[in-house]
Write a protein that binds this ligand. Structure first.
Ligand code: XMP
Length: 517
């Protein structure tokens, strides 16, 4: 993949929580960046021909028995290197400096005083009053390796930045990738452009052009099939491929009966303008039949996943010979890495188009494999998707089935659909929709007593789930204004027949999850 990128920065991952952030920051500077494990072979690394290498931070101490290390040869490749935190300590250690073991962590904001002007600090003032940076380290450097110069200090780090300009190798003890480091983007840009001499050629406009060309070369006269959910990933995948090969792409849109109110119509309507080849399959009855009497969340997920594969296969069979299966896989799913493989995958079996590749035995086309989610959104914009669709909240593959606790029936789906539509409508009307990660309604498997007019009621309970999150790995419940909660509750109880009570979910993830099943 990589040699296609003339301007490449490689991040070697030592297990930091913020490794992914480093790559995103580099890309924000319009330079392509890939993450690889710290123990990648020097041969592979050389073959990629990166213009610069960044060594990430990590939780280890260089003195740990199993501390992740790199071969010393890395420092002799003549490729500019920037070590961040653990990356800097490891560089020092391997090149003969002294790293002091410390049980005391320096964590949080610190003031960095630049003592020595240098390329990496180009444009930044030296001396007092200093710059706000973010530190998170235990060990610290006590003596620099030979040939290195100290560039900056902080209260508890005598060597907060170092350089050997000839090699050139740099190290910073603080984290330039996090927003709390005000000069972070300056330092990274200086490393990328001034030290590594990259050209800023990674733009989404460029990406669309290059990817379209690559797809059309790869597919040739072949045919591609793609499962379309209306979500931003699958839609962008389809639009890119369509741009490359037109009608030789067939998209299959399966209505599993578990979608939100008006969802199939909205998606199909939007797609009309692109002249896509879309096969719409109304499979509601099939899915509901299979879900009859099923209450277990994992069983529901499996049934929906399997049925989806069956429906998709049948549709594929109807269009004759197909050569490729397109998928909207994103970069975070393919990074070979020692960090961020979150536990969520094993907590719930995730259904997107998971089982398809094995069953279909087709070559895969994954045009978004190199992109982060925010980049996909930029591509979506580039391709003409409206803001509303690009920024829709995530919606799980098994749809409303995992937001109906207990059995999924047509009647219960109808109740949830109406309640959910009110949630979305009010969230949008108040502009809160765009500020939160997700907001939706959940139908609980209980009934409670209420009173309406002079009548006793015995009806369903809806839970309102609204969360803030960066990446769905952790989440916190959103402190919505009471007034908005009240309005949503009133409307649901008054307008949705069969509901007489609304609750607000105030659990964070972990220990709860975002979805209820
Ligand atoms: P949880 O409930 O595990 O959800 O905290 C994390 C994020 O993933 C979404 N989610 C899914 N997305 N297929 C998907 O495409 C699934 O099977 C699935 N299950 C959960 C959920 O909406 C949240 O954004």
């Amino acid at each position: 993949m990589s040699p296609t990128h003339k301007n490449l920065i490689v991040v070697l991952d030592f297990g930091s929580q913020t490794t992914q952030l480093i790559a995103r920051r580099v890309r924000e500077a319009n330079v392509y960046c890939e993450i690889h494990p710290f123990n990648i072979s020097l041969e592979r690394l050389k073959a990629m021909a990166p213009k610069g290498i960044i060594l990430s931070g990590g939780p280890s101490s260089v003195y740990d028995k199993d501390a992740p290390r790199v071969e010393k040869g890395l420092f002799e490749l003549g490729i500019p290197i920037l070590g961040i935190c653990y990356g800097m300590q490891l560089t020092s250690y391997l090149l003969g400096g002294k790293v002091e073991r410390s049980d005391h962590r320096e964590y949080g904001h610190a003031k960095l005083i630049i003592d020595e002007p240098d390329e990496i600090f180009h444009g930044l003032s030296t001396g007092e009053p200093g710059h706000q940076v973010w530190m998170s380290h235990g060990d610290r450097i006590e003596r620099l390796p030979e040939g290195f110069k100290a560039l900056a200090h902080s209260k508890s780090s005598p060597f907060a930045a170092m350089a050997n300009r000839e090699l050139p190798i740099y190290g910073v003890q603080f984290h330039p990738e996090v927003v709390h480091t005000e000069i972070g983007m300056d330092c990274l840009s200086n490393f990328i452009f001034r030290v590594s001499r990259c050209e800023p050629d990674w733009t989404m406009e460029n990406f669309v052009e290059v990817t379209t060309r690559e797809i059309s070369e790869r597919v040739g006269e072949g045919k591609v099939i793609c499962a379309l959910s209306g979500g931003v990933d699958s839609t962008v995948t389809a639009l890119l491929i369509h741009r490359a090969i037109g009608k030789r792409l067939t998209c299959v849109f399966v209505n599993n009966g578990l979608l939100r109110k008006n969802e199939p119509e909205t998606v199909l309507n939007f797609l009309k303008q692109f002249d896509l080849n879309v096969r719409y399959v109304d499979a509601e009855d099939r899915f509901l039949e299979k879900l009859k009497g099923v209450e277990d969340p994992e069983k529901k997920r499996k049934i929906i996943g399997n049925e989806f594969i069956k429906v998709f296969e049948e549709e594929a069979g109807k269009i004759g010979k197909v050569d490729f299966l397109a998928q909207g896989t994103l970069y975070p799913d393919v990074i070979e890495s020692v960090s961020f493989k979150g536990p969520s995958a094993t907590i719930k079996s995730h259904h997107n188009v998971g089982g398809l590749p094995e069953v279909m035995k087709l070559d895969l086309i994954e045009p978004l494999r190199e992109l982060f989610k925010d980049e996909v959104r930029k591509v979506a914009k580039e391709l003409g998707m409206p803001y509303e669709l690009i920024n829709r909240h995530p919606f799980p593959g098994p749809g409303l089935a995992i937001r109906i606790l207990g059995e999924v029936t047509k009647e219960r789906l109808e109740i949830l659909r109406e309640a959910d539509a009110i949630v979305i409508e009010e969230m949008k009307a108040s502009d809160w929709y765009w500020k939160v990660w997700q907001s939706f309604a959940v139908l609980l498997p209980i009934k409670t007593v209420g009173v309406m007019g002079d009548e006793r009621t015995y009806d369903h309970v809806v839970a309102l789930r609204v969360v803030d999150s960066q990446d769905a790995m952790t989440a916190d419940w959103t402190k919505l204004p009471y007034e908005l909660m009240g309005r949503i509750s009133n409307r649901i109880i008054n307008e949705v027949k069969g509901v007489n009570r609304v609750c607000y979910d105030i659990s964070s993830k972990p220990p709860a999850t975002i979805e209820w099943e």
